[in-house]
Design a protein around this ligand. Structure first.
Ligand SMILES: Cc1ncc(COP(=O)(O)O)c(C=O)c1O
Length: 345
């Protein structure tokens, strides 16, 4: 039980915390990776921790179908469908997006799990938010007419209940670092819909854990990242009756950066792919082009600029997303850059 909420355990925690010896030597830092990509079900990833809590809530409410939203290639959508299937429910995704031209990456896995993906084409008139709301309402009505009880999960599973998954992870990290004798650790995480960051921050501050959290955004945030992060943190504190924490964690204490968002969500970027190749060549760990590759590219720049100091203990959160390398517009670039390693003899 955490802050009055239970979860359904399906993750076999803790996930490994491993030292990256080759990159640590190279960069002269003490770099660890938290392998939340190695979580079970449909290729794994960070959303599963949130879904342990969300599934419990859905079951308590008698849901027969989990419905969520995202882009056509949403990792969160894929993992929501996975959890639905594993626990005998139906699952569906609504995305305001173009059909990407082929059934690959996450969409392929969604199809393999036999779940509906409803793609609403942007119309250039209504905002994405308006189209999403309208399509979710239409799809929900359709399922309800078929007798389903729909449980709606917002973008990224990043609501108050979902954030508990990364509260757990903060506690888990503190135990692992203590066992390893690591002091003054900086945890670096990707910031997207923010549930991972908010959950970690809530765990770290409420439990007074000796961890410093750095959030690297992978997209621009309307009104600024720091403001958005503070608002989300305060909202979650209010929900769990932790009002006092809000004053303990002022906006200017949040270590978040938008400096490495590279212009847009999920855009193909050479620097990001270079960071992914570096990780793959040095440590045989595969990152993804939308989230973890972008975040790691930011981490590398922070080391280069001295914002991460020589010898510092750093934990990079691997939040999953590997199916994304097969998204056509990313895969084409990777093929172009890496086909030099194919030798037909
Ligand atoms: C692989 C991966 N990493 C990181 C994130 C960002 O997590 P959050 O949305 O909780 O900020 C996501 C979100 O979809 C993701 O799929």
């Amino acid at each position: 039980m955490l802050l009055g909420h239970e979860k359904i355990n399906f993750l076999h925690l803790p996930t490994p915390l491993e030292r990256l010896d080759n990159i640590s030597d190279d960069l002269d830092i003490n770099l660890y990776i938290k392998r939340d990509d190695l979580t079970p079900l449909a290729a794994g990833g960070n959303k599963l921790r949130k879904l342990e809590y969300l599934l419990k809530d859905a079951r308590d409410k008698g849901a027969t179908l989990l419905l969520t939203v995202g882009g056509a290639q949403t990792n969160h959508g894929r993992l929501t469908l996975a959890v639905a299937r594993k626990y005998g429910l139906k699952g569906a995704i609504v995305a305001v997006d173009e059909y990407p031209g082929e059934l690959s990456a996450n969409l392929l896995l969604d199809g393999m799990m036999g779940c509906d993906v409803w793609l609403k084409k942007p119309d250039g008139v209504h905002s994405e938010g308006q189209l999403m709301k309208q399509t979710v309402a239409e799809v929900t009505a359709r399922y309800e007419a078929e007798g389903e009880k729909v449980y709606y999960i917002p973008m990224g599973g990043s609501n108050e209940i979902g954030s508990l998954g990364y509260y757990d992870c903060a506690v888990e990290l503190a135990a692992q670092t203590s066992e390893l004798g690591l002091k003054n650790c900086r945890v670096v995480t990707t910031v997207g819909s923010m549930g991972t960051y908010t959950g970690l921050l809530l765990g770290i501050t409420n439990e007074k854990l000796p961890l410093h959290l750095t959030g690297i955004s992978i997209m621009p945030h309307k009104g600024g990242l720091r403001t958005a992060a503070k608002e989300q943190f305060d909202k979650v504190c209010d929900y769990f009756g932790l009002e006092a924490l809000k004053a303990d964690v002022p906006a200017d204490a949040l270590d978040v950066t938008e400096e490495y968002e590279r212009g847009a969500y999920n855009n193909p970027c050479k620097e990001v792919r270079e960071a992914m190749y570096y990780m793959a060549e040095k440590e045989a760990i595969i990152l993804d082009p939308c989230y973890t590759g972008k975040c790691f590219a930011g981490l590398l720049e922070m080391v280069k600029k001295g914002e991460i100091a020589r010898g510092e203990n750093v934990i990079f959160m691997h939040t999953g997303g590997m199916p994304g390398i097969n998204t056509p517009f990313h895969r084409i670039e990777i093929e172009r850059e890496r086909d030099k390693f194919i030798h037909i003899v």
